[in-house]
Structures are given as structure tokens and as C-alpha cells.
Design a protein around this ligand. Structure first.
Ligand SMILES: *[C@@H]1O[C@H](CO)[C@@H](O)[C@H](O)[C@H]1NC(C)=O
Ligand SMILES: *[C@@H]1O[C@H](CO)[C@@H](O)[C@H](O)[C@H]1NC(C)=O
Length: 736
């Protein structure tokens, strides 16, 4: 099949000759007996190597080798684009399967330059910007993505682009027409990124053309995120190239699952910063199952399995089991596979961790809190923990809601001071005040702080509104990783402080029907001025049958004391930091209510047309349930901080009132402990620095060069660099 090239032969002869010169020495050392045979072998080997090289080089045309393809820049060049079929080599004709897709020639883009040059004038070339790119190769995928792209453009938070990259020959105008889209009705910038002869491209050429087009597109607009259709719908060569290119450029490639176009429409309301961080948040679910809760636990886990995870990163699940587990729950957990089977998933089941409590004689509040907190620690600022009680049943859309709110409030291009104070996101709406004695009245739209509603939306003033509340709940709350880490640090210092004997025992503010760690968390929330975001409509149902008082607050009935419950046995008074009521708490009756959604996509369930209002506009409730403003809350925070340092943190009155340097994730500034040096903020700069520290810790800790200074001077993360490409729906499968 291969006739050796004469030049190759002569070269080889030469080599052989040179080897001959060294023959005597070589033969003696490597022991070849017949020099003529040895030379023949070398010649044959060289021939094979050269032949293979020749084959490889021949199949990759010059321009393909560079992987880019030429962008033909002249405006008039569209007329220069060749038509008809490109020349066909002899061997290509033998390929029966892909008769038409034979062409491997150099790649030129005749139609891309015009639209790219047009945007570079208006949209700038900065690495951090508002550009979002939809890319599609198959016409079906164009049709699937078109409504989403137009909707995103209508919300006007991003510059939206749609690039056509496949093999089809329809002109851009025709494509728009068959999709019923006009350039006036849909403010998307369209790019025709198809190469010349794209119709005839071999798979390899198409793949390289897509990569080349992406390079040009990136040079001109640096898209923050790339959105594509489900890979089962798209052309495989396109998918491969886009994933590789996305990874190389450090941009997330978001794959919308087929028949998920409606369910994911909420992403059109996100800005480029949030979309660029699409794969960053990682959620760990932590379920604490108390004694005798097996029935509820199984119900909870079933609802967890039923929820909608397609296209999102599947959360990891940790279940903290009580010392005694009923057999049916044991067998349910044994058979549970998490994450659910994914295509070719060899690691299915690896996302579930079980921990099991070893019973102790008596559990103090302190130990119960420590045990609970120790069951999770974030690996970085992008890992967040969703605390779930065994009593809840989740809405199918819960993860969509969490993902949406985290991306919006935690990763958006513009950070706000409110976002820095956000402890987490709740899925439930409380029904009782924190101490359980009065009913909690959720605020309505009429109490939102902004006079007008978000862009052109209508809502009844009496409708429930999302709100910020200092109280937190253990039933279903997501807590941001860095806040959780700070809570860890806080708790260890707090325990050290209680054990010095200087801390007074304060009255419990959180009902004893709630786990003990919430009381500690409330202290930290008050000292920091944090709050949790609550939804307007809940994403969990909390069942109250089988609900029980947490182990650390159960009283033992002593024989002889007829019916009356004794005071909680207290062998280690230093492990109880709070005063506990004399009588046992009563489990409140809850109105289980219904979940609002009933199969509607998220953007239709949420108020304000699915838009998430700015945090600064939401009603703000202090831990007592009173509606306050930021100024009042800040005043309360400072007062509590000083009180805390003096009565709990072990400081004397003078030190307690001195401003301290606040370090992110370290809660040392609230204490005066014997073996820790107190850092006082002596100057205005120190105070500023500590504020900047808190704001900087907002999302993650980017290394210095990745910082982008946003218009109002706050450091933000523009999604540069670290995003990974992941196959949507698969837990950890990365693109090939
Ligand atoms: C419980 O909390 C509510 C609201 O914060 C408050 O009005 C009430 O006095 C508290 N009750 C007790 C017994 O502390
Ligand atoms: C905040 O609320 C307090 C008390 O209700 C009020 O005196 C103050 O003027 C308010 N501040 C702002 C900025 O609205």
C-alpha cells in the first residue's frame, strides 16, 4: 500500500553508512555477530517509522495542525467563500460510511469575522465581562436553545451570543426564520462560526473547526460561560471539541439536559459571574437522625432520592445514625445507592457516608453540639452544607432552588455587604418564634424595603415575600462553607471560654425542642450581624409525628417521683453553657402544609417572575422576629459583641469595648482567652482591613492575580481560571 519514498531511502543509506563507521566498537560492546544482518534490521525499522510518520502527517492538513483555522477578515470575503464540493482524494472515495463527510482540508472561517469585529467595538475585550455564549452545531439544538438565549437577552443582565458551529448549510437568516426569531425581537448577537466546506467536513475536521472557532470567539469576547444542548442531542465531534476547549479556557460548559429547557429557564436570570461559577458550588447534605426516627428517616431519604438532580452536581450525603437502628431502616440504607446510577457509573454509591453514634451515659449540650459540628468540615469556600432533619420531606425542585440562590447571592459579579452577612439559605419557613412560645408571622410583599418591585413584576401586597431572618433552623438550612468553618472556630473558643469559669450562663433563647448547636449558632449570628435567607414558599414539608426532643434535652423520669420529670441530670455543669428550663419542652404542633410547586418549573414557582430580588430590598427580621433595618441591626450587633466579650468571652469591661481585628473564618476576636493574643484594631485602617477581610471571604479565597477590581472597588471573583468542565448529570465524570 505504501511505496517507499526514494529520498527516504537515501537518507537511510546515509545513516547506515555512518553506523558502519562505528561498527568495530559497537559490535564488540553489544555483541552483534553479523553486521550485514544488523544493518538490514535498522533499515527496515527506519522504513516503518518513516512510513507511519508519513501517514499521520498526510492525514492532518497544514492548517489543522495548528488547531485554529484562518479567520478570513475582509468584510467582502463572504463573496470569496467557495461553493460546491471540495476536491476529493482517491482514497476518500473508498470510505463507504461517510460518503459525504470526507473533507480534511485547511479550515477557513468566512462568516465569523464580521460579527466578531462588530462586538469588539461595543463590548470590550476584558477578561471579566458580561458575555455569555450559547453554542450549537445541530439545528435541533439551535431550536432547543433559542428560547433560552432570547429570554436571557430579555432580562438584560448579560450580553448574550449564539454561535452556530455545525455542518448544516442553511444561512443564518434562514435559521432564525425557521425558529420564528427576529433580530429585533431577540437581542442576541448571532455568530456564524461554521467553517468553509463545513458540510463536507470529516469528524476530525469538524472537531478542529469547532475548537478553532472557539479560539477566535474567545479572543474577541472572553465568554464567561458557554451553554450547550444535551450531548445526546448534539453532534459528538462538536461536544468533544467544546468540552476540551472550555476546559482549556477555564470556562464552564453548561449542558442543558434534553427536556430540561423549561426547568432550567431560571438560569436566564443569572449574571455572567454566577454562570461562570456554575460548577463551583458543591453541596454536602448532612442528616442527623435521632433515636427512634427510622420511619421518618426513610421517608426523608426517599424524597431525597426522588428529587431532580439532572444537569446539576449531585450532592454528597452523610447520615448520622443513632446508636440503635431499626432493621427496616438498616436494610434501606444497605440497598441505597447514591448517587443514583449514572451512565457507565462505576462509582455509584460512593456519595453516601454513614456515621454511627456510640451511646454515652448522658449527652451534654456541649458534646451534642461538638459531635454534630464535627460531622462536616468544608474542603474549601465552595463546599456548603445542607443540614436536614429526619422529619422533612423535600420538594423535587429543592436543589434547583439552592443552586439558583447560591449562584445569585454568592457568586454574582457584584458583591454586596448583605451577601457577606448571609449565613445560608433556608428551605423552610418557621412557624414558631425561636423560643417556641409565640407564632412566627412571615413578612409579606408590603414589608419589602424597596418601594418598587423588581422590573415590571406584579404581586399582591399580601403575598408572602422572601425575607432575611436572624433565626436559623435545623430542619432544612444550607450553611455556607466559610460560615460553617467560622462556626467551628467559634465553638472551640466558646467551649474554652465556658471552661475557664468566667463565662456566665445565659438564658436559652432557642427552644429546647431544637438541637443544642442552634443556641451557639445564634450567639455567633448576633455577634456578627448575620442572617439567613428564607423563601417565600417552602421547599420542604416538616412532619411532626415522631418528632422528639433532642437527646441532649430529654429528662429522665426517676422512679419514685410519680409522673413528674426531674430536672435534667447534670454531672458536668461546665458542659451546659445555658440555663435550661425546669420543665420539659413541649413539641409544638406544626401545620404541615403543602408544597407550593406541584411540578411547575422553578421560575414559575418563585415570586417576581422567578427573579431573585436583591438582598437589600428584602424584609429583615432580627432574631426576635421584629422587622428592623440595617442600621438598627448593626447597632444591636455592636452592643451584643461588647456584652458577649465581657460576660462570656472572658474579657474585662475595658477590653470588651475595644474594637478588634476581625479575621475571616476565625472567631477569636470575640474572646480574651489566656493563650491567645488579642489583636486590637487601633487605627481606622485596621477596621477597614477587617471589613475588607470579611467581604473578601465572601465567596472563596482567590489567589491574588485572579482578583478583579469591580466598579465599586470591592474584590470580586470573575470566574476566571478555575472552573472545571463536567458532564452535566454525572457526579464527578469530567469531560474527556
Ligand atoms: C419568646 O420570643 C418572643 C419573640 O421573640 C418573645 O416575645 C417572648 O417574650 C419570648 N418568650 C419567652 C418565654 O422568653
Ligand atoms: C432604622 O430604624 C430606626 C428605628 O426604627 C429608625 O430610627 C431609623 O431612622 C431607621 N434608619 C434608616 C436608615 O431607615
Amino acid at each position: 500500500m505504501l511505496s517507499p519514498h526514494p529520498r527516504v531511502l537515501s537518507k537511510d543509506e546515509e545513516l547506515g553508512k555512518r553506523d558502519d563507521d562505528f561498527r568495530p566498537k559497537r559490535t564488540s560492546s553489544i555483541g552483534f555477530i553479523d553486521p550485514r544482518r544488523w544493518r538490514k534490521r535498522r533499515v527496515l525499522l527506519m522504513l516503518v517509522v518513516v512510513g507511519v510518520l508519513w501517514l499521520v502527517l498526510r492525514s492532518v492538513p497544514a492548517d489543522l495542525g495548528t488547531g485554529v483555522g484562518r479567520l478570513v477578515k475582509e468584510r467582502s470575503s463572504i463573496r470569496g467563500e467557495p461553493t460546491g464540493a471540495p476536491p476529493r482524494g482517491e482514497q476518500d472515495a473508498e470510505d463507504e460510511e461517510r460518503k459525504k463527510q470526507y473533507y480534511n482540508g485547511p479550515i477557513k472561517f468566512f462568516r465569523l469575522a464580521t460579527s466578531l469585529h462588530a462586538i469588539s467595538k461595543t463590548m470590550g475585550m476584558r477578561a471579566v465581562n458580561r458575555n455569555v455564549l450559547f453554542a450549537a452545531a445541530s439545528l435541533r439544538s439551535v431550536a432547543n436553545l433559542m428560547p433560552m438565549a432570547c429570554e436571557m437577552a430579555r432580562w438584560d443582565r448579560n450580553y448574550v451570543h449564539l454561535a452556530l458551529m455545525g455542518r448544516n448549510t442553511m444561512s443564518l437568516d434562514e435559521v432564525l426564520e425557521i425558529n420564528g426569531v427576529t433580530k429585533e425581537g431577540c437581542q442576541v448577537t448571532f455568530h456564524d462560526a461554521r467553517a468553509d466546506y463545513s458540510e463536507y467536513s470529516s469528524d476530525l475536521r469538524l472537531e478542529i473547526a469547532v475548537a478553532g472557532a472557539m479560539k477566535h470567539v474567545n479572543d474577541f469576547m472572553h465568554p464567561q460561560a458557554i451553554i450547550m444542548d444535551d450531548s445526546v442531542v448534539e453532534v459528538p465531534a462538536f461536544t468533544r471539541a467544546l468540552r476540551v476547549k472550555g476546559k482549556a479556557l477555564g470556562r464552564p460548559v453548561i449542558e442543558i439536559p434534553k427536556d430540561g429547557y423549561e426547568r432550567f429557564l431560571w438560569l436566564t436570570r443569572l449574571d455572567a459571574g454566577s454562570l461562570g461559577s456554575w460548577f463551583k458550588p458543591r453541596i454536602d447534605v448532612l442528616v442527623h437522625a435521632p433515636k427512634g426516627s427510622s420511619g421518618s428517616l426513610v421517608r426523608m431519604l426517599k424524597s431525597f432520592e426522588r428529587a431532580d438532580y439532572e444537569g446539576l452536581k449531585t450532592p454528597r450525603l452523610t447520615v448520622e445514625l443513632p446508636s440503635e437502628i431499626e432493621p427496616f431502616a438498616k436494610s434501606f440504607l444497605r440497598d441505597m445507592r447514591w448517587p443514583l446510577e449514572v451512565e457507565g457509573g462505576s462509582e455509584s454509591g460512593s456519595g453516601l457516608t454513614l456515621t454511627h453514634r456510640i451511646p454515652t451515659e448522658h449527652l451534654s449540650s456541649e458534646q451534642a453540639s461538638l459531635r454534630f459540628l464535627e460531622s462536616f468540615y468544608p474542603s474549601d469556600g465552595n463546599t456548603h452544607v445542607l443540614v436536614l432533619s429526619a422529619q422533612v420531606e423535600l420538594d423535587r425542585q429543592y436543589l434547583h432552588y439552592i443552586h439558583y440562590t447560591i449562584l445569585e447571592h454568592h457568586y454574582s459579579m457584584y458583591s454586596t455587604p448583605q451577601a457577606g452577612n448571609l449565613l445560608g439559605v433556608a428551605l423552610d419557613i418557621p412557624q414558631r418564634s425561636l423560643n417556641g412560645s409565640t407564632a412566627f408571622v412571615p413578612p409579606t410583599i408590603s414589608s419589602t424595603r424597596a418601594p418598587e418591585l423588581p422590573a415590571g413584576t406584579k404581586a399582591d401586597p399580601d403575598d408572602p415575600a422572601p425575607f432575611l431572618y436572624q433565626g436559623s433552623s435545623a430542619s432544612a438550612t444550607l450553611i455556607f462553607g466559610l460560615k460553617w468553618a467560622e462556626f467551628h472556630s467559634y465553638l472551640s473558643n466558646r467551649i474554652a471560654a465556658s471552661h475557664t469559669g468566667k463565662a456566665i450562663k445565659s438564658r436559652k433563647l432557642v427552644s429546647e425542642t431544637e438541637p443544642a448547636w442552634l443556641e451557639y449558632l445564634l450567639e455567633l449570628i448576633r455577634a456578627r450581624g448575620w442572617y439567613t435567607l428564607y423563601p417565600a414558599m417552602k421547599f420542604v414539608t416538616v412532619h411532626d409525628e415522631l418528632a422528639q426532643v433532642p437527646e441532649e434535652f430529654t429528662r429522665e423520669v426517676e422512679a419514685g417521683q410519680k409522673g413528674a420529670e426531674t430536672l435534667r441530670q447534670n454531672d458536668h455543669p461546665e458542659e451546659e453553657a445555658f440555663l435550661i428550663a425546669d420543665e420539659a419542652p413541649m413539641m409544638p404542633k406544626r401545620d404541615e402544609g403543602k408544597l407550593g410547586g406541584a411540578g411547575k418549573p422553578l421560575h414559575e414557582m418563585l415570586p417576581f417572575d422567578g427573579d431573585l430580588p436583591e438582598l437589600a430590598k428584602l424584609p429583615l427580621l432580627s432574631y426576635t422576629g421584629e422587622i428592623v433595618n440595617e442600621t438598627t441591626l448593626a447597632g444591636q450587633r455592636v452592643a451584643f459583641e461588647i456584652y458577649f466579650r465581657e460576660y462570656i468571652g472572658g474579657c474585662d469591661a475595658e477590653d470588651a469595648a475595644r474594637p478588634r481585628v476581625v479575621r475571616p473564618e476565625v472567631a477569636l476576636d470575640l474572646f480574651c482567652l489566656p493563650d491567645a493574643e488579642a489583636e486590637y484594631a487601633e487605627t481606622a485602617e485596621d477596621v477597614e482591613e477587617s471589613i475588607a477581610n470579611i467581604l473578601g471571604s465572601l465567596r472563596e479565597r482567590p489567589s491574588a492575580p485572579e482578583f478583579a477590581v469591580l466598579p465599586h472597588g470591592l474584590p470580586g471573583v470573575g470566574g476566571s481560571g478555575t472552573a472545571t468542565v463536567e458532564k452535566a448529570g454525572a457526579a464527578t465524570a469530567t469531560a474527556d
